[in-house]
Design a binder for this molecule. Structure first.
Ligand code: NAD
Ligand code: ZN
Length: 344
């Protein structure tokens, strides 16, 4: 079968021919219907060889959906032919975090060598993929796999981040979204669906700002050194109760801190290597800074329910599996509007 692989440190994604996998006991084989292209893959592919915590070659794709093709021995709870999406942050299933559905924070994943598909385990950018447990499958039912697959990360991650700050997103409050790409353009829609906050979006091109407005941001401004002053102006000097940074690079974490209101939340989701110092005087009083990772299993079901209600509509650009390397190239250049999705 065809697969998109990251084969050696410093290389580019390649389309290769590999054997079709066979599901072992407890595992489920999916015929992949759609796989999302996340900027985190580009971050991983920029790491030096000694910092990659899993062996290469790696089949990419941590946003996956498929049709159940074959059940390994002993699998119950899913049926062949079912359309499902994959919950990506796999855990051990036994620790207290996993018991609470928070497999993204599994206490044993690191020591037991458990990796998400596409980020250590073979991923969704292939004709078939193996999922380690039926526990990690959520039925799509009537949802379109292509438009829904990005919700497994580009939806789930902002959803989890927003949920952390819900008590602050009261009527009259402001949320700033920095970076309105894959995650950010869904984040804007989730903020509008889940809260009464006004949304101010920041990005670096007019095209991205237009997309942000089209999906619900009330204001969209260029992300430069003047942005914090504009946010202050738009909020009567108060600043934003919640700032979600979907870039996380040094210039944006700085902007994030400068936009925050007293008692605000700054949530750094992007992996851009930026940090934000805390300490008296570094930030407005009582600002909380956090950096969450992905989301929980129950939250993924909640995001799908929101999609079913029409509250989120992912802007998707589709590519064939042969064009997956080109999709990564476009994403790297900032030329994807919304999310790129590979159709194997
Ligand atoms: P993306 O490339 O689709 O979107 C990034 C957006 O940021 C683009 O629209 C780009 O124009 C914009 N941008 C770039 N520089 C900017 C700047 N200085 N100011 C404002 N906007 C700027 O990427 P994505 O797939 O949405 O991922 C976003 C980030 O989130 C990446 O760093 C990714 O690795 C990370 N991520 C984190 C988690 C997590 O669990 N914490 C999960 C998924 C992705
Ligand atoms: Zn991701």
């Amino acid at each position: 079968m065809k697969a998109v692989q990251y084969r050696e440190a410093g290389g580019s994604p390649e389309v290769v021919e590999i054997p079709k996998p066979v599901p072992g006991p407890g595992e489920v084989l999916l015929k992949v219907t759609a796989a999302g292209v996340c900027h985190s893959d580009i971050a991983v592919m920029s790491w030096p060889a000694d910092q990659i915590p899993f062996p290469l070659p790696l089949t990419l794709g941590h946003e996956g959906a498929g049709i159940v093709a074959e059940l390994g021995a002993g699998v119950t709870g899913v049926e062949a032919g079912e359309s499902v999406a994959v919950y990506g942050p796999w855990g051990c299933g036994r620790c207290t975090k996993c018991a609470a559905g928070k497999e993204n924070y599994c206490l044993n994943a690191a020591t037991e060598g458990i990796h998400p598909p596409g980020l250590g385990a073979p991923g969704a950018m292939a004709e078939y993929m193996v999922v380690d447990s039926a526990r990690h499958l959520v039925p799509l039912k009537d949802l379109d796999p292509v438009r829904t697959v990005p919700l497994t990360d580009a939806g789930l991650t902002p959803y989890h981040a927003i949920k952390l700050s819900l008590p602050k997103l009261v009527p009259g409050s402001t949320a700033v979204v920095i970076g309105t790409g894959g995650l950010g353009h869904v984040g804007v829609q989730l903020l509008r669906a889940m809260t009464a906050a006004r949304v101010i979006a920041l990005d670096v091109t007019e095209e991205k700002l237009e997309l942000a407005k089209r999906v619900g941001a009330q204001e969209a401004i260029l992300s430069d050194e003047n942005a914090p002053a504009k946010v202050r102006e738009l909020t009567g000097g108060v600043g934003a109760e919640v700032v979600l940074d979907f870039v996380g690079a040094p210039p944006t974490t700085k902007i994030a801190g400068q936009c925050a209101a007293v008692e605000g939340d700054v949530t750094i989701v992007g992996l851009g290597g930026g940090t934000l110092g805390v300490g008296f005087g570094a930030l407005p009083y009582e600002v909380s800074v956090t950096s969450p990772y992905w989301g929980s299993r129950d939250e993924m079901i909640e995001v799908f329910d929101l999609a079913r209600d029409g509250a989120v509509d992912v802007h998707v650009e589709t590519f064939s599996i042969d064009d997956a390397p080109a999709a990564y190239e476009k994403l790297h250049k900032g030329e994807i509007m919304g999310r790129a999705v590979i159709l194997p």
